[in-house]
Write a protein that binds this ligand. Structure first.
Ligand SMILES: Cc1cc2nc3c(=O)[nH]c(=O)nc-3n(C[C@H](O)[C@H](O)[C@H](O)COP(=O)(O)O)c2cc1C
Ligand code: SF4
Length: 456
Protein backbone atom coordinates (compact mmCIF):
# COMPACT_ATOMS: atom_id res chain seq x y z
CA UNK A 1 0.00 0.00 0.00
CA UNK A 2 2.78 2.45 0.74
CA UNK A 3 3.44 3.12 -2.96
CA UNK A 4 -0.20 4.15 -3.30
CA UNK A 5 -0.91 5.42 0.18
CA UNK A 6 -2.71 8.73 0.17
CA UNK A 7 -3.87 11.14 2.84
CA UNK A 8 -7.58 11.65 3.45
CA UNK A 9 -9.18 15.08 3.52
CA UNK A 10 -9.60 16.41 7.03
CA UNK A 11 -7.01 14.15 8.63
CA UNK A 12 -6.86 14.32 12.42
CA UNK A 13 -5.31 17.58 13.63
CA UNK A 14 -7.15 18.53 16.83
CA UNK A 15 -4.95 19.58 19.70
CA UNK A 16 -7.76 19.77 22.22
CA UNK A 17 -11.48 19.31 22.78
CA UNK A 18 -12.25 22.91 21.87
CA UNK A 19 -10.87 22.49 18.36
CA UNK A 20 -12.91 19.32 17.91
CA UNK A 21 -16.04 21.04 19.21
CA UNK A 22 -15.52 23.91 16.76
CA UNK A 23 -15.39 21.47 13.86
CA UNK A 24 -18.50 19.64 15.07
CA UNK A 25 -20.28 22.99 15.11
CA UNK A 26 -18.87 24.09 11.75
CA UNK A 27 -20.10 20.92 10.08
CA UNK A 28 -23.31 20.67 12.13
CA UNK A 29 -22.55 17.09 13.21
CA UNK A 30 -24.32 14.82 15.70
CA UNK A 31 -21.17 13.88 17.61
CA UNK A 32 -21.58 14.52 21.35
CA UNK A 33 -18.75 15.31 23.75
CA UNK A 34 -18.62 14.82 27.52
CA UNK A 35 -15.87 15.28 30.12
CA UNK A 36 -17.54 12.79 32.43
CA UNK A 37 -15.32 9.75 31.92
CA UNK A 38 -16.80 8.13 35.02
CA UNK A 39 -19.71 7.14 32.80
CA UNK A 40 -17.56 4.24 31.54
CA UNK A 41 -17.37 2.80 35.06
CA UNK A 42 -21.00 1.72 35.06
CA UNK A 43 -21.77 -1.96 34.73
CA UNK A 44 -24.31 -3.54 32.44
CA UNK A 45 -26.17 -6.79 33.05
CA UNK A 46 -27.53 -8.91 30.21
CA UNK A 47 -29.26 -12.08 31.39
CA UNK A 48 -26.90 -13.74 33.85
CA UNK A 49 -23.84 -11.82 32.60
CA UNK A 50 -22.57 -8.61 34.15
CA UNK A 51 -20.07 -6.65 32.11
CA UNK A 52 -17.89 -4.76 34.60
CA UNK A 53 -17.56 -1.51 32.61
CA UNK A 54 -18.80 0.04 29.38
CA UNK A 55 -15.60 -0.21 27.34
CA UNK A 56 -15.09 -3.06 24.90
CA UNK A 57 -12.60 -4.25 22.36
CA UNK A 58 -13.94 -4.78 18.85
CA UNK A 59 -13.08 -8.00 17.01
CA UNK A 60 -9.77 -7.71 15.14
CA UNK A 61 -8.84 -10.68 12.96
CA UNK A 62 -5.11 -11.26 13.38
CA UNK A 63 -4.48 -14.15 10.98
CA UNK A 64 -2.21 -15.82 13.51
CA UNK A 65 -3.59 -19.33 13.90
CA UNK A 66 -1.80 -22.49 12.82
CA UNK A 67 -3.01 -24.51 9.85
CA UNK A 68 -5.52 -26.35 12.04
CA UNK A 69 -7.13 -23.10 13.22
CA UNK A 70 -5.59 -23.26 16.70
CA UNK A 71 -4.51 -20.06 18.42
CA UNK A 72 -0.73 -19.58 18.52
CA UNK A 73 1.66 -17.62 20.70
CA UNK A 74 0.77 -14.41 18.85
CA UNK A 75 -2.93 -14.97 19.53
CA UNK A 76 -2.36 -15.64 23.23
CA UNK A 77 -0.12 -12.59 23.49
CA UNK A 78 -2.68 -10.31 21.84
CA UNK A 79 -5.54 -11.33 24.13
CA UNK A 80 -3.46 -11.34 27.26
CA UNK A 81 -2.51 -7.74 26.55
CA UNK A 82 -6.15 -6.84 25.98
CA UNK A 83 -7.24 -8.63 29.17
CA UNK A 84 -4.68 -6.70 31.17
CA UNK A 85 -5.90 -3.51 29.55
CA UNK A 86 -9.16 -3.40 31.51
CA UNK A 87 -11.94 -3.38 28.89
CA UNK A 88 -15.05 -4.94 30.46
CA UNK A 89 -15.87 -6.92 27.35
CA UNK A 90 -13.23 -8.70 25.27
CA UNK A 91 -14.85 -9.39 21.91
CA UNK A 92 -12.74 -11.94 20.08
CA UNK A 93 -12.05 -11.78 16.38
CA UNK A 94 -13.70 -13.73 13.55
CA UNK A 95 -13.36 -17.47 14.14
CA UNK A 96 -14.44 -19.72 11.30
CA UNK A 97 -17.17 -22.32 11.80
CA UNK A 98 -15.90 -24.57 8.99
CA UNK A 99 -12.79 -25.23 6.94
CA UNK A 100 -14.03 -23.88 3.63
CA UNK A 101 -15.41 -20.78 5.37
CA UNK A 102 -11.99 -19.50 6.48
CA UNK A 103 -10.79 -16.13 5.20
CA UNK A 104 -7.30 -17.60 4.88
CA UNK A 105 -5.26 -20.55 6.13
CA UNK A 106 -4.24 -18.57 9.22
CA UNK A 107 -7.71 -17.68 10.41
CA UNK A 108 -8.83 -19.16 13.71
CA UNK A 109 -11.25 -22.05 13.28
CA UNK A 110 -12.90 -23.83 16.21
CA UNK A 111 -13.32 -27.62 15.95
CA UNK A 112 -13.99 -30.70 18.04
CA UNK A 113 -10.24 -31.40 17.89
CA UNK A 114 -8.98 -27.99 18.99
CA UNK A 115 -11.57 -26.40 21.31
CA UNK A 116 -9.29 -26.97 24.28
CA UNK A 117 -6.83 -24.45 22.81
CA UNK A 118 -9.68 -21.94 22.76
CA UNK A 119 -10.43 -22.85 26.37
CA UNK A 120 -6.82 -22.09 27.23
CA UNK A 121 -7.20 -18.74 25.48
CA UNK A 122 -10.36 -17.88 27.38
CA UNK A 123 -8.79 -19.01 30.66
CA UNK A 124 -5.79 -16.82 29.98
CA UNK A 125 -8.00 -13.78 29.37
CA UNK A 126 -9.87 -14.34 32.63
CA UNK A 127 -6.81 -15.11 34.76
CA UNK A 128 -4.76 -12.23 33.35
CA UNK A 129 -7.57 -9.78 34.09
CA UNK A 130 -7.85 -11.12 37.64
CA UNK A 131 -4.09 -10.83 38.19
CA UNK A 132 -4.26 -7.23 37.10
CA UNK A 133 -7.47 -6.03 38.75
CA UNK A 134 -8.17 -8.51 41.58
CA UNK A 135 -10.01 -11.77 42.12
CA UNK A 136 -13.46 -10.19 41.93
CA UNK A 137 -12.90 -8.66 38.52
CA UNK A 138 -14.04 -10.62 35.48
CA UNK A 139 -14.31 -9.27 31.95
CA UNK A 140 -16.86 -11.00 29.75
CA UNK A 141 -15.74 -12.75 26.58
CA UNK A 142 -17.57 -13.07 23.27
CA UNK A 143 -16.28 -15.19 20.42
CA UNK A 144 -17.17 -14.09 16.90
CA UNK A 145 -18.37 -16.97 14.70
CA UNK A 146 -18.14 -16.42 10.97
CA UNK A 147 -18.21 -17.79 7.45
CA UNK A 148 -16.11 -15.56 5.20
CA UNK A 149 -18.32 -16.11 2.12
CA UNK A 150 -16.98 -14.30 -0.93
CA UNK A 151 -13.74 -13.56 0.93
CA UNK A 152 -12.81 -17.19 1.63
CA UNK A 153 -9.32 -18.29 0.70
CA UNK A 154 -7.71 -21.71 0.78
CA UNK A 155 -4.04 -22.48 0.28
CA UNK A 156 -3.46 -18.85 -0.63
CA UNK A 157 -6.07 -18.86 -3.39
CA UNK A 158 -9.50 -17.29 -3.48
CA UNK A 159 -12.32 -19.71 -2.82
CA UNK A 160 -15.42 -17.46 -2.94
CA UNK A 161 -18.67 -18.84 -1.60
CA UNK A 162 -21.37 -16.41 -2.65
CA UNK A 163 -25.08 -16.24 -1.91
CA UNK A 164 -25.80 -13.74 -4.64
CA UNK A 165 -23.98 -11.80 -7.34
CA UNK A 166 -23.14 -8.17 -6.65
CA UNK A 167 -21.55 -6.53 -9.67
CA UNK A 168 -19.17 -4.09 -7.96
CA UNK A 169 -17.98 -6.65 -5.41
CA UNK A 170 -17.77 -9.43 -8.02
CA UNK A 171 -15.71 -7.22 -10.32
CA UNK A 172 -13.35 -6.26 -7.51
CA UNK A 173 -12.34 -9.87 -6.91
CA UNK A 174 -12.90 -11.12 -10.46
CA UNK A 175 -15.95 -13.31 -9.91
CA UNK A 176 -17.50 -14.03 -13.29
CA UNK A 177 -21.21 -13.69 -14.08
CA UNK A 178 -21.66 -17.45 -14.34
CA UNK A 179 -19.89 -18.26 -11.06
CA UNK A 180 -22.31 -20.51 -9.10
CA UNK A 181 -24.10 -19.26 -6.02
CA UNK A 182 -24.17 -21.46 -2.98
CA UNK A 183 -27.05 -23.95 -2.71
CA UNK A 184 -29.84 -23.84 -0.13
CA UNK A 185 -28.60 -27.20 1.13
CA UNK A 186 -25.18 -25.73 1.88
CA UNK A 187 -26.86 -22.94 3.84
CA UNK A 188 -29.14 -25.38 5.71
CA UNK A 189 -26.02 -27.23 6.70
CA UNK A 190 -24.34 -24.03 7.80
CA UNK A 191 -26.96 -23.69 10.54
CA UNK A 192 -25.61 -26.94 11.97
CA UNK A 193 -22.01 -25.68 11.68
CA UNK A 194 -22.87 -22.55 13.67
CA UNK A 195 -24.66 -24.55 16.37
CA UNK A 196 -21.68 -26.91 16.66
CA UNK A 197 -19.28 -23.96 16.92
CA UNK A 198 -21.50 -22.36 19.57
CA UNK A 199 -21.47 -25.58 21.62
CA UNK A 200 -17.68 -25.75 21.41
CA UNK A 201 -17.43 -22.08 22.40
CA UNK A 202 -19.59 -22.76 25.44
CA UNK A 203 -17.43 -25.78 26.32
CA UNK A 204 -14.36 -23.57 25.99
CA UNK A 205 -15.83 -21.23 28.60
CA UNK A 206 -16.71 -18.16 26.54
CA UNK A 207 -19.54 -16.10 27.98
CA UNK A 208 -21.13 -15.43 24.65
CA UNK A 209 -21.10 -15.96 20.92
CA UNK A 210 -21.44 -13.47 18.09
CA UNK A 211 -23.24 -14.56 14.96
CA UNK A 212 -21.45 -12.33 12.51
CA UNK A 213 -23.47 -10.75 9.71
CA UNK A 214 -21.47 -7.86 8.36
CA UNK A 215 -18.64 -6.58 6.15
CA UNK A 216 -19.65 -8.53 3.03
CA UNK A 217 -19.16 -11.98 4.58
CA UNK A 218 -21.72 -14.72 3.93
CA UNK A 219 -24.37 -13.97 6.54
CA UNK A 220 -24.04 -10.24 5.87
CA UNK A 221 -24.34 -10.76 2.11
CA UNK A 222 -27.55 -12.75 2.42
CA UNK A 223 -29.29 -9.81 4.08
CA UNK A 224 -29.29 -8.13 0.68
CA UNK A 225 -29.83 -11.23 -1.48
CA UNK A 226 -32.87 -9.56 -3.09
CA UNK A 227 -32.33 -11.41 -6.35
CA UNK A 228 -31.62 -14.85 -4.96
CA UNK A 229 -34.24 -17.51 -5.66
CA UNK A 230 -35.47 -19.90 -2.99
CA UNK A 231 -35.96 -19.72 0.73
CA UNK A 232 -32.89 -17.56 1.49
CA UNK A 233 -33.52 -14.79 -1.03
CA UNK A 234 -36.04 -12.17 -2.07
CA UNK A 235 -38.34 -11.12 0.76
CA UNK A 236 -37.16 -9.70 4.10
CA UNK A 237 -38.32 -12.89 5.77
CA UNK A 238 -36.22 -15.05 3.43
CA UNK A 239 -33.13 -12.85 3.55
CA UNK A 240 -33.08 -12.89 7.36
CA UNK A 241 -34.06 -16.56 7.67
CA UNK A 242 -30.55 -18.00 7.89
CA UNK A 243 -29.49 -15.69 10.66
CA UNK A 244 -32.67 -16.16 12.65
CA UNK A 245 -32.59 -19.94 12.21
CA UNK A 246 -29.05 -20.01 13.58
CA UNK A 247 -30.00 -17.85 16.56
CA UNK A 248 -33.14 -19.82 17.35
CA UNK A 249 -31.37 -23.17 17.08
CA UNK A 250 -28.57 -22.02 19.39
CA UNK A 251 -31.06 -20.59 21.85
CA UNK A 252 -32.92 -23.89 22.09
CA UNK A 253 -29.81 -26.04 22.21
CA UNK A 254 -29.25 -27.56 25.66
CA UNK A 255 -25.46 -27.50 25.30
CA UNK A 256 -25.56 -23.76 24.57
CA UNK A 257 -27.67 -22.88 27.57
CA UNK A 258 -26.56 -19.68 29.30
CA UNK A 259 -24.57 -18.32 26.34
CA UNK A 260 -24.92 -14.59 25.86
CA UNK A 261 -26.27 -14.25 22.32
CA UNK A 262 -24.73 -11.41 20.35
CA UNK A 263 -24.21 -10.30 16.79
CA UNK A 264 -21.89 -8.06 14.82
CA UNK A 265 -24.34 -6.65 12.35
CA UNK A 266 -24.07 -4.28 9.42
CA UNK A 267 -26.77 -1.64 9.50
CA UNK A 268 -25.67 -0.02 6.23
CA UNK A 269 -23.69 -1.46 3.31
CA UNK A 270 -23.14 1.81 1.39
CA UNK A 271 -23.80 0.02 -1.92
CA UNK A 272 -26.80 1.00 -4.05
CA UNK A 273 -29.87 -1.24 -4.20
CA UNK A 274 -29.99 -4.15 -5.07
CA UNK A 275 -26.44 -4.70 -3.83
CA UNK A 276 -26.74 -3.08 -0.44
CA UNK A 277 -28.57 -3.59 2.83
CA UNK A 278 -29.75 -0.63 4.92
CA UNK A 279 -29.81 1.47 1.76
CA UNK A 280 -32.66 3.37 0.08
CA UNK A 281 -34.22 1.51 -2.86
CA UNK A 282 -34.56 4.68 -4.86
CA UNK A 283 -31.98 7.22 -3.69
CA UNK A 284 -28.47 5.99 -4.47
CA UNK A 285 -26.63 5.06 -1.30
CA UNK A 286 -28.81 7.03 1.12
CA UNK A 287 -29.08 5.30 4.50
CA UNK A 288 -32.41 3.56 5.15
CA UNK A 289 -32.52 1.80 8.50
CA UNK A 290 -36.03 0.38 8.25
CA UNK A 291 -34.99 -3.24 7.63
CA UNK A 292 -32.00 -3.28 10.02
CA UNK A 293 -34.28 -1.91 12.78
CA UNK A 294 -36.89 -4.54 12.00
CA UNK A 295 -34.28 -7.31 12.10
CA UNK A 296 -32.85 -6.09 15.41
CA UNK A 297 -36.34 -6.15 16.96
CA UNK A 298 -36.85 -9.74 15.79
CA UNK A 299 -33.40 -10.77 17.00
CA UNK A 300 -34.19 -9.24 20.40
CA UNK A 301 -37.34 -11.39 20.55
CA UNK A 302 -35.11 -14.36 19.71
CA UNK A 303 -32.89 -13.52 22.70
CA UNK A 304 -30.11 -11.42 21.11
CA UNK A 305 -29.66 -8.50 23.49
CA UNK A 306 -26.15 -7.40 22.54
CA UNK A 307 -25.45 -6.06 19.07
CA UNK A 308 -22.24 -4.54 17.84
CA UNK A 309 -23.29 -2.39 14.93
CA UNK A 310 -21.06 -1.64 11.99
CA UNK A 311 -21.17 -0.51 8.36
CA UNK A 312 -19.63 -0.92 4.94
CA UNK A 313 -17.25 -3.42 3.46
CA UNK A 314 -13.59 -3.22 4.53
CA UNK A 315 -12.37 -4.72 1.24
CA UNK A 316 -14.30 -2.37 -0.99
CA UNK A 317 -15.11 0.90 0.80
CA UNK A 318 -12.97 0.83 3.94
CA UNK A 319 -13.46 4.51 4.84
CA UNK A 320 -17.13 3.80 5.68
CA UNK A 321 -16.10 0.95 7.96
CA UNK A 322 -12.93 2.30 9.60
CA UNK A 323 -12.37 5.98 8.88
CA UNK A 324 -8.68 6.58 8.19
CA UNK A 325 -6.11 9.31 7.69
CA UNK A 326 -3.95 7.24 5.36
CA UNK A 327 -5.30 4.63 2.98
CA UNK A 328 -5.27 3.48 -0.62
CA UNK A 329 -7.76 6.05 -1.91
CA UNK A 330 -8.96 9.52 -0.93
CA UNK A 331 -12.57 9.26 0.31
CA UNK A 332 -15.06 11.77 -1.09
CA UNK A 333 -15.76 13.18 2.37
CA UNK A 334 -13.80 14.50 5.33
CA UNK A 335 -12.85 11.76 7.79
CA UNK A 336 -14.97 13.21 10.57
CA UNK A 337 -18.04 12.90 8.35
CA UNK A 338 -17.45 9.14 8.08
CA UNK A 339 -17.12 8.94 11.89
CA UNK A 340 -20.26 11.03 12.27
CA UNK A 341 -22.20 8.60 10.04
CA UNK A 342 -21.22 5.67 12.24
CA UNK A 343 -22.01 7.44 15.51
CA UNK A 344 -25.25 9.07 14.34
CA UNK A 345 -26.87 6.10 12.58
CA UNK A 346 -25.87 3.71 15.35
CA UNK A 347 -27.50 6.20 17.74
CA UNK A 348 -30.66 6.04 15.66
CA UNK A 349 -30.62 2.24 15.99
CA UNK A 350 -30.04 2.40 19.75
CA UNK A 351 -32.80 4.91 20.31
CA UNK A 352 -35.35 2.93 18.34
CA UNK A 353 -34.34 -0.34 20.07
CA UNK A 354 -33.82 0.64 23.71
CA UNK A 355 -34.24 -2.98 24.87
CA UNK A 356 -31.06 -3.97 23.02
CA UNK A 357 -27.52 -3.12 24.15
CA UNK A 358 -25.80 -1.57 21.18
CA UNK A 359 -22.02 -1.35 21.01
CA UNK A 360 -20.88 1.80 19.23
CA UNK A 361 -18.02 2.03 16.74
CA UNK A 362 -16.15 4.89 15.10
CA UNK A 363 -13.97 6.09 18.00
CA UNK A 364 -10.37 5.06 17.25
CA UNK A 365 -9.87 7.88 14.74
CA UNK A 366 -10.41 10.45 17.53
CA UNK A 367 -7.08 9.43 19.09
CA UNK A 368 -6.55 11.01 22.56
CA UNK A 369 -9.97 12.71 22.35
CA UNK A 370 -11.81 9.40 21.85
CA UNK A 371 -12.82 8.98 25.52
CA UNK A 372 -14.68 12.30 25.44
CA UNK A 373 -16.50 11.37 22.24
CA UNK A 374 -17.37 7.93 23.64
CA UNK A 375 -18.59 9.41 26.92
CA UNK A 376 -20.69 11.89 24.94
CA UNK A 377 -22.30 9.04 22.99
CA UNK A 378 -23.13 7.14 26.19
CA UNK A 379 -24.62 10.20 27.86
CA UNK A 380 -26.68 11.07 24.80
CA UNK A 381 -27.98 7.47 24.59
CA UNK A 382 -26.36 6.75 21.20
CA UNK A 383 -25.07 3.37 22.38
CA UNK A 384 -24.73 1.41 25.61
CA UNK A 385 -21.10 0.36 25.26
CA UNK A 386 -18.19 2.00 23.46
CA UNK A 387 -15.81 -0.14 21.41
CA UNK A 388 -12.30 0.27 20.04
CA UNK A 389 -11.02 -1.81 17.11
CA UNK A 390 -7.69 -0.47 15.89
CA UNK A 391 -7.44 1.30 19.23
CA UNK A 392 -7.44 -2.05 21.01
CA UNK A 393 -4.40 -3.42 19.15
CA UNK A 394 -2.42 -0.19 19.14
CA UNK A 395 -3.29 0.60 22.74
CA UNK A 396 -4.52 -2.48 24.64
CA UNK A 397 -4.37 -0.50 27.92
CA UNK A 398 -6.82 2.12 26.72
CA UNK A 399 -9.49 1.30 29.32
CA UNK A 400 -7.02 1.11 32.19
CA UNK A 401 -5.61 4.52 31.32
CA UNK A 402 -9.07 6.06 30.98
CA UNK A 403 -10.00 4.73 34.43
CA UNK A 404 -6.70 5.34 36.19
CA UNK A 405 -5.42 8.58 34.70
CA UNK A 406 -8.50 9.95 33.00
CA UNK A 407 -6.88 10.04 29.57
CA UNK A 408 -5.63 8.15 26.55
CA UNK A 409 -1.96 8.84 25.99
CA UNK A 410 -0.96 10.56 22.79
CA UNK A 411 2.01 8.29 22.16
CA UNK A 412 -0.09 5.13 22.31
CA UNK A 413 -3.14 5.96 20.21
CA UNK A 414 -3.90 4.55 16.76
CA UNK A 415 -2.96 6.99 13.99
CA UNK A 416 -5.29 5.36 11.43
CA UNK A 417 -2.45 4.65 9.00
CA UNK A 418 -4.15 1.48 7.59
CA UNK A 419 -0.96 -0.61 7.83
CA UNK A 420 -2.75 -3.32 9.84
CA UNK A 421 -5.48 -3.45 7.17
CA UNK A 422 -2.86 -3.69 4.46
CA UNK A 423 -1.28 -6.68 6.21
CA UNK A 424 -4.65 -8.33 6.69
CA UNK A 425 -5.43 -7.96 3.00
CA UNK A 426 -2.06 -9.14 1.74
CA UNK A 427 -0.80 -11.80 4.12
CA UNK A 428 -3.59 -12.39 6.66
CA UNK A 429 -1.35 -11.92 9.70
CA UNK A 430 -1.66 -8.42 11.12
CA UNK A 431 -1.20 -6.22 14.14
CA UNK A 432 -0.25 -2.66 14.96
CA UNK A 433 2.87 -1.81 13.02
CA UNK A 434 3.23 1.60 14.68
CA UNK A 435 2.59 0.97 18.41
CA UNK A 436 3.50 -2.71 18.59
CA UNK A 437 6.42 -2.37 16.25
CA UNK A 438 8.73 -4.83 17.94
CA UNK A 439 6.48 -7.67 16.85
CA UNK A 440 4.70 -6.38 13.76
CA UNK A 441 7.17 -4.06 12.02
CA UNK A 442 9.47 -6.96 11.03
CA UNK A 443 6.47 -8.87 9.65
CA UNK A 444 5.33 -5.77 7.78
CA UNK A 445 8.82 -5.16 6.35
CA UNK A 446 9.15 -8.76 5.30
CA UNK A 447 5.80 -8.50 3.52
CA UNK A 448 6.92 -5.33 1.71
CA UNK A 449 10.22 -6.86 0.71
CA UNK A 450 8.41 -9.72 -0.94
CA UNK A 451 5.95 -7.35 -2.60
CA UNK A 452 3.15 -9.84 -2.13
CA UNK A 453 0.49 -9.15 -4.70
CA UNK A 454 -2.77 -8.03 -3.12
CA UNK A 455 -5.99 -9.13 -4.62
CA UNK A 456 -8.27 -7.64 -1.95
C1 LIG B 1 -6.93 -5.40 10.81
C2 LIG B 1 -8.40 -5.40 11.11
C3 LIG B 1 -9.04 -6.58 11.41
C4 LIG B 1 -10.41 -6.60 11.69
N1 LIG B 1 -11.03 -7.77 12.00
C5 LIG B 1 -12.35 -7.80 12.29
C6 LIG B 1 -12.99 -9.00 12.67
O1 LIG B 1 -12.39 -10.06 12.82
N2 LIG B 1 -14.33 -8.94 12.89
C7 LIG B 1 -15.04 -7.78 12.80
O2 LIG B 1 -16.26 -7.79 13.04
N3 LIG B 1 -14.44 -6.62 12.48
C8 LIG B 1 -13.12 -6.60 12.24
N4 LIG B 1 -12.50 -5.41 11.97
C9 LIG B 1 -13.26 -4.16 12.08
C10 LIG B 1 -13.12 -3.58 13.50
O3 LIG B 1 -13.68 -4.45 14.45
C11 LIG B 1 -13.77 -2.20 13.64
O4 LIG B 1 -15.13 -2.30 13.29
C12 LIG B 1 -13.13 -1.15 12.74
O5 LIG B 1 -11.73 -1.20 12.83
C13 LIG B 1 -13.60 0.27 13.11
O6 LIG B 1 -13.39 0.51 14.48
P1 LIG B 1 -12.15 1.43 14.96
O7 LIG B 1 -12.36 2.76 14.32
O8 LIG B 1 -12.27 1.46 16.45
O9 LIG B 1 -10.91 0.77 14.48
C14 LIG B 1 -11.14 -5.38 11.67
C15 LIG B 1 -10.49 -4.19 11.38
C16 LIG B 1 -9.14 -4.18 11.09
C17 LIG B 1 -8.45 -2.88 10.82
S1 SF4 C 1 -1.25 -0.14 12.17
FE1 SF4 C 1 -1.67 0.58 14.25
S2 SF4 C 1 -1.72 2.81 14.07
FE2 SF4 C 1 -1.93 2.01 11.99
S3 SF4 C 1 -4.15 1.83 11.69
FE3 SF4 C 1 -3.47 -0.15 12.44
S4 SF4 C 1 -3.78 -0.03 14.65
FE4 SF4 C 1 -3.80 2.07 13.89
Amino acid sequence: MSRNTVRSNGSFSYKNIEELKNDIERLDLDIAISNNLDVFKKTITIGEHTIPNLLTTHPMEGGDSDEFGRPTELTFRKYQRMARGGAGLIWLEAVSVCKDGRSNDKQLWITEDNWEYFKALNDLIKSSAKEEFGEDYEPKTIIQLNHAGRYCKMKGKRNPIIATHKDPLDDAIRISEDYPTVTDEYLDNLVVRFVEAARLSKKAGFDGIDIKACHGYLLGEILSAYNREGKYGGSFENRTRLMRDIVQRIRLDKECKGLLLASRLNIYDALPYPDGWGVSRTKGIKVDLEEPKKLIKLLAEDGVRLISTTMGNPYFIPHINKPYDMGNYVPDEEVIISCNRLIKEIGEIQQSNPEVNIVGVGYSWFRQLAPYVGAGSLEKGLCKLVGFGRGSISYPNFARDIFKSGEMKLNRVCVSCSKCSEMKAKIGTCGCVVRDSKVYLPIYKDMKSKEVETNE
